[in-house]
Design a protein around this ligand. Structure first.
Ligand code: SF4
Length: 360
């Protein structure tokens, strides 16, 4: 038996001994499989679970999702992060419902044309829904293959991707590609973990190069580390009686189409006195005698793939309603705020605030 044959056979045998329940396991409806795969991009299974069930219940057919208002879909997605996934999901649902008569594409190339679907997701949907001979390749698979086969080519290079994809394709169990793909994903999530892989009782250990050469910690190899950009968001939490002022993020940036308080971004941390004299802040605020500074929140932090966000909320009481020259700011009742989809960092702040108000 070659090492490749050993790998595939051992993996399938191992999967028979595992019972990792997930609501989308065994699902054959391509629409539901697609939903689960989009949710699981950048999200842990435990977190994505309830969102999957919620979406399935609210939008049982692709047409239901296609016909939903965008704000509603964004609100449903709230808390999952990486909101471009929700926008792409919605756009692709419209495309399937309107251009494909509601019929989900069934070839790898056609699935790949859906917005927000990359090679990994197309391979997973193709294998799970249609039994296509497509092998998935994601972080889990890179790790498992690089360790077992001792591959030191960096996984974030074009050559590395090609080499790993060719190996993954050659290992695929063609008779049941769905079962094989699920097995390798589970193996990466349960056995061959990023930190502290469970090598002691691993059925692959006798043939695993990384285990035999004590290189599990070094593999897989990446050529570069992502430099994260630091950003400082100062939000103006303006209030007149029980009215709040929010607006939609429309620019080409993170959190597109989510709501937020009027924002002034700075290149570094600033204190509230200098912040309140900032010319961009003065453009938003009314005349000095018409507002009072109440205080600022603690700093909230959120890390994204390429950015680190720090946000502070400056709380300001107005003595009359805000006059909004550009008409992009909405006046919203305090109770109505929960109807809008906000980025996680604002959500955390609002939750802390409501807890504070309940306690005192
Ligand atoms: S022996 Fe360790 S490193 Fe090798 S496949 Fe098993 S868990 Fe992963």
């Amino acid at each position: 038996m070659t090492k490749k044959q050993f790998f595939t056979q051992t993996l399938l045998d191992w999967s028979e001994t595992q019972d990792r329940p997930m609501p989308w396991k065994g699902e054959k409806n391509p629409y539901y499989i697609w939903l689960s795969e989009i949710i699981l991009q950048q999200t842990r299974v435990e977190q994505g679970w309830s969102y999957y069930l919620k979406f399935k219940e609210k939008y049982p057919k692709v047409e239901d999702l296609a016909n939903a208002p965008e704000d509603e879909v964004m609100k449903m997605w709230e808390g999952l992060g990486y909101y471009s996934r929700a926008r792409n999901l919605h756009a692709a649902a419209k495309y399937i419902a309107n251009d494909l008569d509601g019929i989900f594409p069934s070839t790898y190339e056609e699935i790949l044309k859906l917005k927000g679907v990359g090679p990994y997701t197309a391979a997973a949907i193709g294998a799970f829904a249609f039994g296509l001979p497509t092998a998935v390749l994601d972080g889990n698979v890179f790790r498992v293959l690089s360790r077992i086969f001792g591959i030191e080519t960096p996984i974030d290079t074009t050559n590395g991707k090609k080499e790993f994809q060719a190996l993954a394709d050659s290992l695929l169990y063609q008779k049941d590609s769905g079962k094989y793909n699920q097995a390798i994903m589970d193996f990466g999530a349960i056995q061959c973990l990023p930190k502290q892989p469970v090598c002691k009782n691993c059925p692959m250990s006798e043939k695993c190069t990384a285990f035999k050469t004590q290189k599990t910690e070094q593999l897989p190899i990446k050529s570069k580390r992502i430099q994260k950009r630091e950003r400082y968001f100062y939000y103006l939490r303006l209030r007149f009686k029980n009215k709040n002022y929010i607006l939609k993020r429309t620019g080409k940036d993170i959190w597109q189409n989510l709501y937020e308080f009027p924002l002034v971004e700075t290149t570094q941390i600033v204190d509230y006195k200098s912040f309140l004299q900032n010319k961009d802040v003065l453009k938003i605020l009314p005349e000095r005698r018409e507002w009072a500074y109440i205080g600022s929140s603690k700093t909230y932090k959120q890390t994204l793939t390429h950015q680190k966000i720090s946000a502070v909320f400056m709380e300001i009481e107005l003595s009359s309603p805000l006059i909004n020259a550009s008409n992009d700011i909405l006046e919203v009742d305090e109770k109505e705020l929960t109807k809008f989809a906000f980025p996680k960092i604002i959500d955390c702040y609002l939750k802390d605030k409501s807890l504070f108000l309940k306690l005192f």
